[in-house]
Design a protein around this ligand. Sequence first.
Ligand code: GLN
Length: 477
Amino acid sequence: MTPIAFEGDATALQVAERVRGGTLAPLAAAQAALARVRETEKARGLNAFVSVAAPDELVCTHHAGSLAGVPVAVKDNLATTILPTSCGSRILEGYVSPFVATAVRRILEAGGVVVGKTNMDEFAMGSSTENSAYGPTRNPVDPLRVPGGSSGGSAAAVAAGMVPVALGSDTGGSVRQPAAFCGVVGVKPTYGRVSRYGLVAFASSLDQVGVLARTAGDAAETLRVVSGQDPRDATSSPRSVPDFSAAVSKGVEGMVVGLPDEYFPDTLDPHIRDRVLAAAHALRDAGASIRTVSLPHTRLAIPSYYVLAPAEASSNLSRFDGVRFGRRGPGSTTREVYESTRHDGFGTEVKRRIVLGTYALSAGYHDAYYETAQRARALIAEDFRAVFGEGVDLLLTPTTPGVAFPIGERVDDPVAMYLSDIFTVTANLAGIPGMSVPIGTHDGLPVGGQFLAPWWMEETMFAAAGVLEAAGMGEPS
Ligand code: GLN
């Protein structure tokens, strides 16, 4: 077969169609992607990848699959057997998993080709990818700014044209927020839609594997591929997986779109507000009706997330003790080994979360913090149930309160950093699906609009995303 020249802006769907049709060699796109990663990193130093496959590690196992030959980047907290899974942490430096995450296995079974592992905030704790032990990732749109986080490497790799699609994980916004900052599409499915097997656990009741892509169509097909029940994850759902790709061209005729008051506070950047309202108008022009709604418990989201996520993290991260995985520190007693391993292996933010979480779960404080946060979580879910029960099909909000911020601006101010997730954590607390789509720019920097849909209704988000994409909403404004 003659390999045909491959352009970096080809979509995943175009690559797969050409591979299936025999006009593109199965590994041609992945080889071109490797070359682009090398060139882009050399020229721009984005630091989007922590490891890259060697040319002989590229494999396409299914030449007729829906992702045949598609180069895919994988966040470094998803287990792969060919490359290390370091979670952006020193403690797992060089650690190679003996098994493959289910989401990655499904990509491979659909013909996708893993080209490398992407940089991330350590154990997915962060909003800027500055918490990586391997140095920060830069935003391809403006290298002096952060790409968002924690899936910043995946977002940057997609935005810079190195790969058409990437996998990320979203515990409080880590797929949607970097997608918004880098000007790409990012989807967090309903909790239980995608298996978490092989995703290194941060906060298990909030974590979901998600997808980053340049087009709604590529995101839809990739999500369809990774979705579905998995006997290895008891929280994965037996529900059948709809054809998300077909949903992209369904349109929004008759759809009721709610704009929740609480997501448009006075502190919102006015340019972001304008772009979200322009997106609402585009949906209305396509036949949707727009309604203002209220989600009154939204203000409880950040405080309850920052109790629950660290509480679960403190428990999940106890497994990194120097005995079972990765790095082992010096010591002559077991306790000394634990201490030196964790002292040297974990970064500041991870330690902060472990301390916060241990405190919130400790006897005497458990009721005051953990139980209270659980009650707040139930109220937030109830808010969504109520608006969706009143005939609202989809919510439209800003993804973030501001655009990508300069590298270094928030590293010493954890609360300012935590507040960049103010509009995204609610979806994880409630378990509903969320999606960020590009809706234009402000001063050249991308602005993201967020869709939130009822449980299991990802199709509604894809339909609305398809309409905004067709209307050219993602173009620079
Ligand atoms: N930024 C949030 C945090 O630091 C969310 C991270 C995520 O979704 N993984 O916890």
